[in-house]
Unconditional design. Structure first.
Length: 171
């Protein structure tokens, strides 16, 4: 054997391999965290559901009995949608289900002219908007959230095109 040392000893090779393995484990932890799930999109769907529920309930108070019954069911269904969305938002954010329920009424002292009472047409338009919005968002998601939004879109579409359609509400 000659007296020269190899350029890379076995010890250096093992130490280098261990250092590379350690970098492979530690490097992802040093990078930026993965983006959080899109809570904002679900939050907007939650607000639409709450609005639709309140609007349908308000119009139900002024409608005939058979139309009022359909509107009350739409209101209850949209309230269930709001609850399902709030639960999913809380699950994503790692919170309990009671934290996303925000106060929806605020006390104001200013006087404004009374807004015209909402109509059945307003409810139908709002449900159509909600269905379109949920459909667009469902197409961008996967798994449970896509199914939830697809279901909401279908329910809103059925509500405005069947239950609240001029020929759909029967006495």
């Amino acid at each position: 054997m000659s007296g020269t040392m190899p350029a890379v000893s076995r010890r250096r090779l093992l130490a280098g391999g261990a250092a590379l393995a350690l970098c492979g484990v530690v490097a992802p932890a040093c990078g930026s965290p993965p983006p959080p799930p899109a809570v904002d999109d679900l939050q907007s769907q939650l607000e639409l559901a709450r609005h639709d529920s309140e609007l349908a309930a308000a119009v139900a108070a002024a409608e005939l009995a058979h139309t009022a019954a359909a509107l009350k069911e739409v209101s209850a269904e949209r309230a269930r949608h709001a609850q399902a969305l709030a639960t999913e938002i809380d699950r994503i954010a790692g919170r309990s289900t009671h934290t996303t329920k925000a106060a929806t009424s605020a006390t104001t002292t200013t006087t404004t002219p009374a807004a015209p009472a909402p109509t059945l047409s307003d409810v139908v338009d709002s449900l159509r908007t909600s269905a379109d919005s949920a459909t667009r968002l469902a197409a961008t998601l996967s798994g449970y959230r896509a199914g939830l939004l697809g279901s909401i879109a279908a329910a809103c579409t059925a509500a405005y095109s069947v239950a609240l359609a001029p020929g759909g509400v029967k006495p």
